[in-house]
Design a protein around this ligand. Structure first.
Ligand code: UD1
Length: 429
């Protein structure tokens, strides 16, 4: 199993190209189930989760080809992927695949909408809380599907097709909004989705659906209005830049000090993160070609932050912010409001010498003068990258085990950091 070795203490200087967003690429790939035409996605990040979803979609009969970079493109430019679901040969998403990645459950809505039936394994437990799918199922039932749960599978059918409906979510869910939207575009009649998640990745999917012929109003807002159409066509679409990867590298620079351009980052997706960075004393400059992050020797200021649905501070940057605040000049208060049990990084950060106290959903992060390197264990995607951030500033060597979590969501992390002067290497085996 690969490990990442970091020798801390180097400032970061240079340019980091930001990849396409994992959380947009995955639902965009799933959208291909909705049309017999070819969906061509560009700027697709090269990640383990993308490769796993390819396998899941191929199981349903989708023909997928992937081309690498074109002559003249930036070396980090993502893949171009062609997905063609001319015939859906299997409407079952089996346990052994769905259990590896929760987002694969999202095939439920498109399969129902296109084929009138789907059998999808429940995603099962997860390292960051129970993460139920009740809201997904409620949305499908509202759209007229019959739902049963048998032997760990959701059996859904809508033999006469889905019907437009009024769906009101009682809490904001990214996945349930994707599911409702992907099903409603092919339903008969009008659908209103209230209290929809307005994360940029949902807007990206909605914009792609519109290119395919869907009729959607209210994109990027909490109320989506959909007029169902009878069929969708293929289109070309480029995946938006990854705002979580952007926030993560911004925090790497905040931690080590230095001066880095996060190339192609989209500042309009990062308002809350930029605000927190500035409150912590990190300089953030919005440029035409990305975001420049800059910090000189001055100590980081402590911050008080709650995670919230977009446009609030993202839960997917909570662990990284906590790592950065371990060396602030006072006590930070970080409250996790989206997921229960999303503090597994705290124990590992403690191994590097941090001083963090948990009180229910709130972490009290008392800044320390120095961290020292140690062997640590990656526990989930965002938690593991928080250990990278801490390791970049820790004295001596930090060895991160179980880095397959990192490979799920960060494309060529060690190359991007090395290019800016970090002493980071992957040890295979
Ligand atoms: C997506 C993101 C994940 C991010 C999360 C919150 C992808 C692939 N994943 O996950 O990186 O951390 O949004 O921004 O895009 N909930 C229910 N019932 C449901 C569905 C969700 O109670 O049917 C709860 C969850 O347990 C959680 C909250 O709603 O407490 C938000 O979860 P949700 O937005 O659905 O997260 P995901 O879509 O799984």
């Amino acid at each position: 199993m690969d490990r990442i070795r970091i020798r801390g203490g180097n400032r970061l200087t240079g340019t980091i190209p930001i990849s396409g967003a994992k959380n947009a690429a995955l639902p965009l790939m799933i959208v291909s189930l909705l049309t017999p035409g070819t969906l061509t996605l560009s700027n697709v990040p090269r990640l383990a989760d993308v490769r796993l979803l390819q396998r899941i979609l191929q199981n349903h009969g989708i023909d997928i080809t992937v081309a690498g970079k074109r002559v003249g493109q930036h070396p980090m430019m993502g893949d171009v992927m062609h997905l063609s679901a001319k015939d859906i040969v299997d409407t079952t998403a089996p346990y052994d695949l769905v259990s590896k990645m929760r987002a694969s459950f999202w095939v439920l809505g498109p399969l129902l909408a296109r084929c009138g039936e789907a059998k999808v394994s429940l995603p099962g437990g997860c390292a960051i809380g129970t993460r139920p799918v009740d809201m997904h199922l409620m949305a499908m039932e509202k759209l007229g599907a019959d739902i049963a749960i048998e032997n760990g599978y959701v059996l859904a059918s809508a033999k006469k097709g889905l019907k437009g409906a009024h769906i009101v979510f009682d809490k904001v869910s990214v996945g349930a909004t994707h599911a409702a939207l992907m099903a409603a575009v092919l339903a008969d009649g009008d659908t209103i989705i209230e209290n929809a998640a307005s994360e940029p990745e949902i807007g990206d999917v909605a914009e792609c659906l519109v290119k395919m012929g869907a009729k959607i109003e209210g994109i990027h807002t909490a109320t989506l209005k959909v007029k169902g159409v009878t069929s969708l066509r293929g289109c070309e679409h480029s995946v938006i830049p990854d705002r979580i990867e952007t926030g993560t590298y911004a925090m790497c620079v905040g931690m080590t000090g230095g001066d880095v351009l996060l190339k192609d980052a989209n500042a309009s997706h990062l308002g809350a993160v930029i605000d927190v960075m500035q409150r912590a004393g990190v300089s953030v400059e919005i440029k035409n070609d990305g975001i420049r992050i800059h910090r000189n020797g001055a100590a980081l200021e402590p911050v008080r932050v709650d995670t919230e649905p977009f446009p609030g501070f993202p839960t997917d940057c909570q662990a990284q912010l906590m790592a950065m605040m371990t060396m602030a000049s006072g006590t930070s208060i970080i409250r996790e409001t989206i997921f229960e049990n999303r503090f597994m990084h705290v124990q590992e950060l403690a191994r590097l010498g941090s001083d963090i106290h948990l009180h229910g959903d709130t972490a009290e992060v008392r800044g320390v003068k120095k961290l020292t390197g140690a062997p640590v264990m990656a526990t989930d995607l965002r938690a593991s990258v928080s250990l990278v951030i801490a390791g970049l500033a820790a004295e001596g060597e930090t060895m991160i085990n179980r880095v397959y979590h990192l490979d799920r969501g960060f494309e060529t992390l060690e190359d991007k950091l090395q290019a800016c002067g970090a002493d980071v290497s992957r040890i295979s085996g």
